[in-house]
Write a protein that binds this ligand. Sequence first.
Ligand SMILES: [Zn+2]
Length: 282
Amino acid sequence: MTRFSITSLLAVLALQTPIALAESDVVDDWCGYLGNRLRSVSTKSCQARNFVAATERTQQGNALVMSDFEATKGNPGQAKRILAIGGIHGDELTSISVVFRWLDWLKQSDAAVYKWRVIPVANPDGLKAKPSTRVNANGIDLNRNFQTPDWDKDAEAYWINRTKRDPRRYPGKSAGSEVETRWLQAQIEEFKPDLIISVHAPYNLLDYDGPVPQPMRFGRLSLNRLGVYPGSMGNYAGVYKQIPVITIELPNATSMPSQRDQLAMWQDMLKWMKHNIKNLAN
Ligand SMILES: [Zn+2]
Protein backbone atom coordinates (compact mmCIF):
# COMPACT_ATOMS: atom_id res chain seq x y z
CA MET A 1 0.00 0.00 0.00
CA THR A 2 1.35 3.43 -0.87
CA ARG A 3 1.87 6.06 1.73
CA PHE A 4 -0.96 8.06 0.17
CA SER A 5 -3.53 5.27 0.43
CA ILE A 6 -2.58 4.46 4.03
CA THR A 7 -3.03 8.12 4.92
CA SER A 8 -6.39 8.15 3.15
CA LEU A 9 -7.48 4.99 4.90
CA LEU A 10 -6.53 6.42 8.30
CA ALA A 11 -8.41 9.61 7.47
CA VAL A 12 -11.52 7.60 6.59
CA LEU A 13 -11.23 5.54 9.81
CA ALA A 14 -10.78 8.71 11.87
CA LEU A 15 -13.95 10.09 10.37
CA GLN A 16 -15.95 6.93 10.91
CA THR A 17 -14.95 6.04 14.47
CA PRO A 18 -16.85 8.82 16.27
CA ILE A 19 -20.00 8.01 14.29
CA ALA A 20 -19.83 4.34 15.28
CA LEU A 21 -19.21 5.29 18.92
CA ALA A 22 -22.22 7.58 18.97
CA GLU A 23 -24.51 4.57 18.59
CA SER A 24 -24.79 1.40 20.64
CA ASP A 25 -21.15 1.32 21.81
CA VAL A 26 -21.73 4.32 24.06
CA VAL A 27 -24.71 2.69 25.74
CA ASP A 28 -22.88 -0.67 26.00
CA ASP A 29 -19.96 1.06 27.75
CA TRP A 30 -22.37 2.93 30.02
CA CYS A 31 -24.06 -0.36 30.98
CA GLY A 32 -20.65 -2.01 31.46
CA TYR A 33 -19.57 0.71 33.86
CA LEU A 34 -22.82 0.54 35.86
CA GLY A 35 -22.71 -3.26 36.01
CA ASN A 36 -19.20 -3.08 37.51
CA ARG A 37 -19.96 -0.22 39.85
CA LEU A 38 -23.38 -1.15 41.24
CA ARG A 39 -23.94 -4.58 42.68
CA SER A 40 -27.65 -4.66 41.83
CA VAL A 41 -27.26 -3.64 38.18
CA SER A 42 -26.54 -6.31 35.56
CA THR A 43 -24.56 -5.18 32.51
CA LYS A 44 -26.34 -7.72 30.30
CA SER A 45 -29.89 -6.80 31.24
CA CYS A 46 -28.97 -3.10 31.01
CA GLN A 47 -27.63 -3.68 27.48
CA ALA A 48 -30.82 -5.55 26.57
CA ARG A 49 -32.94 -2.45 27.33
CA ASN A 50 -33.61 0.23 24.83
CA PHE A 51 -31.32 2.90 26.30
CA VAL A 52 -30.41 5.84 24.09
CA ALA A 53 -27.54 8.29 24.53
CA ALA A 54 -28.17 11.97 23.89
CA THR A 55 -25.88 13.83 21.49
CA GLU A 56 -24.78 16.12 24.34
CA ARG A 57 -21.84 15.01 26.48
CA THR A 58 -20.92 16.10 29.97
CA GLN A 59 -17.78 18.09 30.77
CA GLN A 60 -15.94 14.77 31.31
CA GLY A 61 -17.29 13.40 28.01
CA ASN A 62 -19.81 11.06 29.64
CA ALA A 63 -23.10 10.16 27.99
CA LEU A 64 -26.53 11.29 29.16
CA VAL A 65 -28.75 8.25 28.72
CA MET A 66 -32.49 7.62 28.84
CA SER A 67 -35.07 5.06 27.77
CA ASP A 68 -38.78 5.17 26.93
CA PHE A 69 -41.25 2.41 27.82
CA GLU A 70 -44.62 2.52 26.07
CA ALA A 71 -47.84 1.73 27.93
CA THR A 72 -49.01 -1.80 27.18
CA LYS A 73 -52.18 -1.92 29.30
CA GLY A 74 -55.28 0.24 29.57
CA ASN A 75 -55.51 2.82 26.83
CA PRO A 76 -51.93 3.32 25.55
CA GLY A 77 -52.88 6.25 23.29
CA GLN A 78 -54.11 8.21 26.32
CA ALA A 79 -51.47 6.99 28.75
CA LYS A 80 -50.24 9.43 31.38
CA ARG A 81 -46.51 10.06 31.29
CA ILE A 82 -44.10 9.38 34.13
CA LEU A 83 -40.52 10.64 34.16
CA ALA A 84 -38.29 8.78 36.65
CA ILE A 85 -34.85 10.18 37.45
CA GLY A 86 -32.02 8.78 39.56
CA GLY A 87 -28.50 9.94 40.34
CA ILE A 88 -28.84 13.73 40.06
CA HIS A 89 -26.40 13.59 42.96
CA GLY A 90 -23.57 11.33 41.83
CA ASP A 91 -22.74 9.94 45.29
CA GLU A 92 -26.28 8.64 45.93
CA LEU A 93 -25.66 5.23 44.40
CA THR A 94 -28.87 3.62 45.66
CA SER A 95 -30.92 6.25 43.80
CA ILE A 96 -29.54 4.77 40.57
CA SER A 97 -29.98 1.14 41.61
CA VAL A 98 -33.59 1.65 42.69
CA VAL A 99 -34.51 3.16 39.33
CA PHE A 100 -32.94 0.12 37.63
CA ARG A 101 -34.99 -2.16 39.88
CA TRP A 102 -38.17 -0.38 38.78
CA LEU A 103 -37.38 -1.30 35.16
CA ASP A 104 -38.03 -4.93 36.13
CA TRP A 105 -41.45 -3.96 37.45
CA LEU A 106 -42.75 -1.68 34.66
CA LYS A 107 -44.66 -4.53 33.03
CA GLN A 108 -46.82 -5.07 36.14
CA SER A 109 -50.37 -4.09 35.30
CA ASP A 110 -50.54 -1.02 37.58
CA ALA A 111 -47.37 0.38 36.00
CA ALA A 112 -47.95 -0.69 32.39
CA VAL A 113 -50.87 1.75 32.00
CA TYR A 114 -48.31 4.61 31.95
CA LYS A 115 -45.75 5.69 29.43
CA TRP A 116 -42.41 5.91 31.24
CA ARG A 117 -39.23 7.79 30.48
CA VAL A 118 -36.40 6.62 32.69
CA ILE A 119 -33.11 8.45 33.34
CA PRO A 120 -31.18 6.37 35.87
CA VAL A 121 -27.97 8.47 35.98
CA ALA A 122 -28.54 12.21 35.62
CA ASN A 123 -25.05 13.12 36.88
CA PRO A 124 -22.58 10.63 35.35
CA ASP A 125 -19.52 12.83 36.05
CA GLY A 126 -20.37 12.91 39.77
CA LEU A 127 -20.90 9.14 39.82
CA LYS A 128 -17.61 8.44 38.02
CA ALA A 129 -15.50 10.80 40.14
CA LYS A 130 -13.22 9.01 42.61
CA PRO A 131 -14.75 9.09 45.12
CA SER A 132 -18.21 9.83 43.69
CA THR A 133 -19.46 13.36 44.33
CA ARG A 134 -22.83 15.00 44.87
CA VAL A 135 -21.85 17.78 42.42
CA ASN A 136 -20.90 17.47 38.74
CA ALA A 137 -17.39 17.88 37.32
CA ASN A 138 -17.73 21.68 37.49
CA GLY A 139 -18.48 21.49 41.22
CA ILE A 140 -22.14 22.38 40.78
CA ASP A 141 -25.15 20.89 42.56
CA LEU A 142 -27.44 20.14 39.60
CA ASN A 143 -30.45 20.14 41.92
CA ARG A 144 -29.79 23.85 42.60
CA ASN A 145 -29.05 24.78 38.97
CA PHE A 146 -32.54 24.55 37.38
CA GLN A 147 -33.87 27.75 35.80
CA THR A 148 -36.43 28.67 38.46
CA PRO A 149 -37.91 32.21 38.44
CA ASP A 150 -36.36 32.96 41.87
CA TRP A 151 -32.86 31.82 40.85
CA ASP A 152 -31.22 35.18 40.02
CA LYS A 153 -32.58 36.80 43.16
CA ASP A 154 -32.17 33.96 45.67
CA ALA A 155 -29.81 31.13 44.65
CA GLU A 156 -26.50 32.70 45.59
CA ALA A 157 -27.86 34.38 48.74
CA TYR A 158 -29.35 31.06 49.84
CA TRP A 159 -26.05 29.31 49.26
CA ILE A 160 -24.07 31.93 51.19
CA ASN A 161 -26.46 32.54 54.10
CA ARG A 162 -28.26 29.25 54.58
CA THR A 163 -25.65 26.67 53.55
CA LYS A 164 -22.63 28.77 54.66
CA ARG A 165 -21.09 28.28 51.21
CA ASP A 166 -21.31 24.50 51.38
CA PRO A 167 -19.34 23.37 48.28
CA ARG A 168 -21.70 20.38 47.95
CA ARG A 169 -24.62 22.76 47.41
CA TYR A 170 -23.09 25.34 45.05
CA PRO A 171 -25.80 26.40 42.55
CA GLY A 172 -23.39 27.70 39.88
CA LYS A 173 -22.82 31.16 38.41
CA SER A 174 -26.09 31.21 36.46
CA ALA A 175 -29.29 29.20 36.29
CA GLY A 176 -29.08 26.37 33.78
CA SER A 177 -25.32 26.81 33.37
CA GLU A 178 -24.78 23.03 33.29
CA VAL A 179 -25.34 20.74 30.32
CA GLU A 180 -26.93 18.09 32.60
CA THR A 181 -29.49 20.60 33.94
CA ARG A 182 -30.32 21.91 30.47
CA TRP A 183 -30.69 18.35 29.19
CA LEU A 184 -33.06 17.43 32.07
CA GLN A 185 -35.11 20.57 31.42
CA ALA A 186 -35.27 19.63 27.71
CA GLN A 187 -36.50 16.13 28.67
CA ILE A 188 -39.32 17.73 30.67
CA GLU A 189 -40.22 20.08 27.77
CA GLU A 190 -40.17 17.31 25.22
CA PHE A 191 -41.69 14.37 27.15
CA LYS A 192 -44.29 16.51 28.93
CA PRO A 193 -44.58 14.28 32.01
CA ASP A 194 -47.75 14.19 34.13
CA LEU A 195 -45.54 13.19 37.07
CA ILE A 196 -41.82 13.33 37.83
CA ILE A 197 -40.28 10.96 40.34
CA SER A 198 -36.81 11.98 41.47
CA VAL A 199 -34.85 9.54 43.61
CA HIS A 200 -32.26 10.63 46.17
CA ALA A 201 -30.65 9.44 49.44
CA PRO A 202 -30.05 9.38 52.45
CA TYR A 203 -32.72 11.46 54.24
CA ASN A 204 -35.22 8.62 54.58
CA LEU A 205 -38.36 10.54 53.67
CA LEU A 206 -40.81 11.49 50.99
CA ASP A 207 -41.05 15.05 49.66
CA TYR A 208 -43.54 16.50 47.25
CA ASP A 209 -44.11 19.64 45.19
CA GLY A 210 -47.04 20.16 42.89
CA PRO A 211 -50.72 20.71 42.27
CA VAL A 212 -52.40 17.42 43.30
CA PRO A 213 -52.90 15.95 46.81
CA GLN A 214 -49.59 14.99 48.37
CA PRO A 215 -48.63 11.37 49.09
CA MET A 216 -48.39 10.62 52.81
CA ARG A 217 -46.46 7.37 52.86
CA PHE A 218 -44.62 5.03 50.45
CA GLY A 219 -43.54 1.88 52.28
CA ARG A 220 -41.38 3.03 55.21
CA LEU A 221 -40.99 6.57 53.85
CA SER A 222 -43.32 9.27 55.21
CA LEU A 223 -43.99 12.71 53.89
CA ASN A 224 -41.71 15.35 55.38
CA ARG A 225 -41.73 18.52 53.33
CA LEU A 226 -38.20 19.88 53.14
CA GLY A 227 -39.18 23.21 51.66
CA VAL A 228 -38.41 24.68 48.28
CA TYR A 229 -34.88 25.59 47.21
CA PRO A 230 -33.92 28.06 44.49
CA GLY A 231 -32.89 26.00 41.44
CA SER A 232 -34.18 22.62 42.61
CA MET A 233 -36.11 20.29 40.33
CA GLY A 234 -39.05 20.31 42.78
CA ASN A 235 -39.16 24.09 42.49
CA TYR A 236 -38.65 24.12 38.69
CA ALA A 237 -41.15 21.41 37.75
CA GLY A 238 -43.46 21.23 40.79
CA VAL A 239 -43.91 24.93 41.55
CA TYR A 240 -42.97 26.79 38.34
CA LYS A 241 -44.23 24.27 35.72
CA GLN A 242 -47.03 22.83 37.90
CA ILE A 243 -46.01 19.22 37.23
CA PRO A 244 -46.21 17.07 40.38
CA VAL A 245 -42.74 16.07 41.59
CA ILE A 246 -42.26 13.27 44.06
CA THR A 247 -38.87 13.20 45.72
CA ILE A 248 -37.95 9.87 47.24
CA GLU A 249 -35.12 10.05 49.76
CA LEU A 250 -33.88 6.52 50.42
CA PRO A 251 -32.48 5.77 53.89
CA ASN A 252 -28.93 5.05 52.76
CA ALA A 253 -26.84 6.26 49.81
CA THR A 254 -24.77 3.11 49.39
CA SER A 255 -26.81 0.28 50.90
CA MET A 256 -30.09 -0.70 49.23
CA PRO A 257 -33.38 -1.04 51.14
CA SER A 258 -34.51 -4.68 51.47
CA GLN A 259 -36.35 -6.13 48.49
CA ARG A 260 -39.48 -6.14 50.63
CA ASP A 261 -39.14 -2.43 51.48
CA GLN A 262 -38.47 -1.57 47.85
CA LEU A 263 -41.60 -3.40 46.78
CA ALA A 264 -43.77 -1.77 49.48
CA MET A 265 -42.53 1.66 48.38
CA TRP A 266 -43.24 0.85 44.72
CA GLN A 267 -46.72 -0.50 45.39
CA ASP A 268 -47.74 2.49 47.54
CA MET A 269 -46.40 4.83 44.87
CA LEU A 270 -48.43 3.10 42.14
CA LYS A 271 -51.53 3.25 44.34
CA TRP A 272 -51.08 7.00 44.86
CA MET A 273 -50.54 7.48 41.10
CA LYS A 274 -53.71 5.57 40.29
CA HIS A 275 -55.78 7.94 42.42
CA ASN A 276 -54.05 11.22 41.63
CA ILE A 277 -52.42 11.26 38.21
CA LYS A 278 -55.60 10.57 36.25
CA ASN A 279 -57.17 13.70 37.76
CA LEU A 280 -54.69 16.07 36.21
CA ALA A 281 -55.75 18.35 33.39
CA ASN A 282 -53.55 18.00 30.32
ZN1 LIG B 1 -29.75 14.02 46.48
